[in-house]
Ligand binder design. Structure first.
Ligand SMILES: Cc1ncc(COP(=O)(O)OP(=O)(O)O)c(N)n1
Ligand SMILES: Cc1ncsc1CCOP(=O)(O)O
Length: 375
């Protein structure tokens, strides 16, 4: 059985998710008692063929944490959560693997899928820890815990691709022109219906920007809306933003991931199928694709048109948000390309180069809702 797995299954697998005992068996009895040994095991298992390896550390002795090691062939990620003291662990491995498969089908990157799955299993374990079913040494856990209506508020804070629906990207010049602070602009956008915010402040001084970013993080958290920072990994780290958006000439995504860790959201701009594929390989969570239409907001930006957007969506395994020259008058034509992974539109001037950000956000949100309802 073990040799069959090694020779026939591992070379064709996208991901394998052994616990430490299974990893040890696959490696002919290697000792795996520490996180360092889990990392070595993940590397050796990767050499056997699977594209990704997750060695699960739930059985690791003497640890107050549950540490899983994820390896993509280049980078390691240690995914940590508090260990839940329970004997009701029967079924966790199957649930984790099913959850990863479901998240991949929804368009997540492998790393995002694994993170969501781990969080799901941890929540289910916590919910099931005191359940008494049967008389065996090990009990089952309840992976239907989400159906319990009283638990709806414990929804995990991991990236949800549907949050890309109305993506508001700020612009300091526009806010200056209309004489409002970034903070007021962000608040108005959220109240009007923006579902995710990016601070794209090209001219801001670092110290002032950081203070504003901190205030925006506060507003976004209180509304349950994610906040990303454009380009500036340092600002994102310092204000504990939910993630960053980077372009093709900014820091490469795999290095951004190393700096931010597995839990932050990373978006990357892509104009071509090749760039979209690379973004997925490097561990991005979504891609921004455009300019769909000509724009005055970003100089020298090549327009890819609706056809270009469609080509990128078809090639992308990640959720996509369209950007560039989009507003109330043409948002419908964008969403009508009807690609399953096109999750929304990102806009700058349609919200922020306007007298009332709130009103424009509300109108655009309504247009998007009507358009997507009809599809
Ligand atoms: C959602 C989204 N998509 C694309 C971009 C463009 O980012 P980038 O290519 O880094 O260009 P600049 O924004 O830095 O001019 C974006 N910001 N957001
Ligand atoms: C940042 C960016 N990236 C591609 S187009 C663009 C500008 C989008 O601004 P607008 O929504 O005002 O056209």
């Amino acid at each position: 059985m073990v040799s069959y797995c090694r020779e026939r299954l591992l070379p064709i697998a996208d991901i394998i998710t052994p616990n430490v005992k299974e990893a040890s068996a696959l490696l002919g009895g290697a000792q795996i008692k520490t996180v360092a040994e889990m990392r070595s095991a993940a590397k050796l298992l990767h050499e056997m063929g699977p594209r990704f390896v997750l060695v699960k550390g739930g059985d690791l002795p003497n640890s107050s944490e549950s540490v899983d090691v994820f390896f993509d062939g280049k980078e390691f990620h240690e995914l940590r959560s508090p260990r839940i003291a329970t004997r009701n662990t029967h079924g966790t491995g199957c649930t984790l693997a099913s959850c990863i498969a479901a998240e991949l089908a929804k368009g997540s990157s492998m790393l995002s899928a694994v993170k969501v799955a781990k969080r799901f299993v941890d929540n289910a374990l916590d919910y099931s820890k005191n359940m008494v079913i049967g008389t065996g040494r090990q009990g089952p856990f309840d992976h239907f815990f989400c159906l319990n209506k009283n638990l709806q508020s414990s929804r995990c804070s991991i990236f949800n691709p549907d949050d890309l629906f109305l993506y508001a990207v700020t612009d300091s010049r526009m806010n200056k022109k209309w004489n409002r602070s970034i903070v007021d602009a962000v608040k108005a956008a959220i109240e009007g219906g923006a579902t995710i915010i990016q601070l794209r402040e090209k001219e801001a001084e670092t110290r002032e920007f950081l203070e504003e970013a901190k205030s925006c993080v506060g507003i976004c958290r209180s509304h349950g809306v994610c906040l990303l920072i454009n380009d500036r990994i340092d600002i994102a780290l310092a204000c504990d933003a939910d993630g960053v958006h980077v372009g093709q000439s900014d820091m490469p995504v795999d290095q951004v991931r190393s700096l931010l860790g597995p839990d932050k959201i990373i978006g990357v701009s892509c104009k071509t199928p090749e760039q979209a594929h690379q973004a997925w390989k490097d561990g991005a969570d979504y891609i921004g694709s455009g300019g769909v239409f000509p724009t005055n907001t970003k100089a020298n930006n090549r327009t890819i048109g609706l056809d270009g957007l469609e080509t990128v969506c078809k090639a992308s395994k990640l959720p996509v948000v369209a950007i560039g020259g989009i507003g109330i008058s043409n948002a419908e034509s964008v969403m009508q390309i009807n690609a399953p992974n096109l999750k929304g539109v990102a806009v700058v001037s349609a919200l922020f180069d306007q007298e009332c950000v709130f009103t424009q956000a509300k109108k655009l949100h309504k247009t998007l809702k009507e358009t997507t309802r009809e599809m």
